[in-house]
Ligand binder design. Structure first.
Ligand code: ZN
Ligand code: ZN
Length: 358
C-alpha cells in the first residue's frame, strides 16, 4: 500500500523549520514496549506499511484499565504489536475506551478489533465517524463518474484514470469492521479519563473534524495529525466535494490551536516524536502554506495552468503514480483557496480539463 486516496500524510515541506525541542531525542519505544510520558500516560509505536513508517499511539490510565488514543492500521502486524503491549506493559489490564483522533486508517484501523476484544466504547467526533462509515461503504463499489470527471478536469491521462478506477474503494481494506455505535466527542468537551480532565480541541482541513486531547495540568496535547513536527499534514480536495476549501479550514485551525493552547505544551503527535515548540510549529505551517499559495499564484500569472502543471510549485519530489492522487488533492486545495480569495479563476475547456489563471 502507498499513500493512496490522500489518506496518509505526505512529506512536503520546503519552508525552513523552527528549532523544536525533542525531550526524548532519538529514544523511541520498541515493538511491544511503552515509554512513560507523564504519570499515567504512556507512548507506544506501531509500524506502518507506508513511506511513513510509524504511528504513535497513547495509553491513558483510566480507573481499572487503560484508555487508548489511536489504534494503528488494520494489519496483522499491528495486532501482534498490540497483543504484546496488552500482555506486557499493561499487565493484562483491560482497555476501557478507544479514542480516535480522526478516521484515517492508520489511526482508526484497529478500533473495531479493540472495542470488540474488550467490549468497550469507541469515542470520536461525529463527522469523523460518519465520514468513515461512508468511505467504508464505498469498498467494493465501482469508481463513480464524478470521480473520473474530477481527475480528468485535473489533467490526468487515461492510464492514471484507469488506475483510479482499479484502486477505488480500497479504504475499507485497511480498517477492521467499525462498531455500529459510538460516543461523540465535540469541540470544547471535557472528558474525564482516570484522575484527570482532558479537553477536546478540534481542527479541520486534514480531515473533517479532527479531535485533539489537551490536559492542562500535565501540559500535554495529543495532537493526532493536526500538528506534526516534521511533516506537513496532507490537506486535500476530494471528488465528493470538488469546490471544497480545506486549506482555509486548515489555516484557521492552526490559528485557533495557537490561540487556545499554551506555548509550553508538550505535543504528542501521531507521527515523529514528542516535542516542545507548539506555537512556532503552527506559525511555521501557516507560513509554509501562504508561501506555497504565492508560488502557485506566480505560475498562474505566467500562463493558465492545469492542476498537474503545478506540482513543481508545491512538491520538492517528483510526483509518480503512487502519490499522484495525494498531490492532485493538495494542489487543488491551494487552487480552491486562491479562487476563494479572489486571486485565481477556473475555466473548464472543451477538452474537459480545467485551467486556472491569476
Ligand atoms: Zn491523517
Ligand atoms: Zn496519520
Amino acid at each position: 500500500m502507498s499513500t493512496m486516496d490522500g489518506l496518509d500524510d505526505a512529506a512536503r515541506d520546503t519552508t525552513p523549520r523552527p528549532k523544536l525541542d525533542y525531550p526524548w531525542g532519538e529514544i523511541t519505544p520498541g515493538a511491544g514496549e511503552v515509554i512513560e510520558i507523564a504519570p499515567g500516560v504512556l507512548w507506544a509505536r506501531l509500524p506502518l506499511p507506508f513511506a511513513l513508517k510509524w504511528i504513535n499511539v497513547w495509553l491513558i490510565e483510566d480507573g481499572p484499565g487503560w484508555a487508548i488514543v489511536d489504534t494503528g492500521i488494520g494489519s496483522e502486524v499491528s495486532r501482534e504489536n498490540w497483543r504484546a503491549i496488552f500482555a506486557g506493559p499493561l499487565g493484562g489490564k483491560p482497555i476501557t475506551r478507544v479514542f480516535v483522533t480522526h478516521m484515517h486508517p492508520d489511526h482508526l484501523g484497529l478500533a473495531g478489533w479493540i472495542t470488540r476484544k474488550f467490549n468497550c466504547p469507541l469515542w470520536m467526533s461525529r463527522l469523523e465517524y460518519v465520514t468513515c462509515r461512508m468511505l467504508v461503504a464505498d469498498t467494493g463499489r465501482e469508481a463513480p463518474d464524478e470521480g473520473v470527471r474530477f481527475y480528468r478536469e485535473a489533467g490526468w491521462d487515461e492510464d492514471a484514470l484507469d488506475a483510479y478506477r482499479v484502486r477505488f474503494g480500497g479504504f475499507g481494506k485497511a480498517v477492521s469492521r467499525l462498531p455500529d455505535a459510538y460516543r461523540r466527542l465535540t469541540d470544547g468537551d471535557t472528558v474525564r479519563i482516570g484522575p484527570r480532565d482532558w479537553r477536546v480541541v478540534t481542527g479541520s482541513g486534514h480531515s473533517p473534524e479532527h479531535a485533539c486531547l489537551w490536559q492542562p495540568e500535565l501540559k500535554l496535547l495529543i495532537s493526532g495529525d493536526q500538528v506534526l513536527p516534521r511533516i506537513s499534514s496532507n490537506v486535500s480536495v476530494f471528488p465528493t466535494e470538488p469546490q471544497a476549501d480545506p486549506l482555509s479550514d486548515w489555516l484557521n485551525s492552526c490559528a485557533k490551536l495557537k490561540a487556545a493552547l499554551p506555548q509550553d505544551t508538550l505535543v504528542l503527535p501521531a507521527h515523529n516524536e514528542p516535542f516542545y515548540g507548539l506555537h512556532a510549529r503552527l506559525q511555521n505551517l501557516i507560513d509554509g502554506h501562504e508561501r506555497a499559495l504565492s508560488r502557485v499564484e506566480r505560475r498562474l500569472q505566467q500562463e493558465p495552468r492545469r492542476v498537474v502543471d503545478l506540482f513543481g510549485a508545491l512538491f520538492a519530489r517528483q510526483i509518480g503514480p503512487d502519490v499522484l492522487n495525494m498531490a492532485t488533492g493538495e494542489t487543488l486545495a491551494h487552487l480552491n483557496c486562491l479562487v476563494a480569495r479572489g486571486r485565481a479563476t477556473r475555466t473548464v475547456g472543451e477538452d474537459g480539463v480545467a485551467r486556472y489563471a491569476a
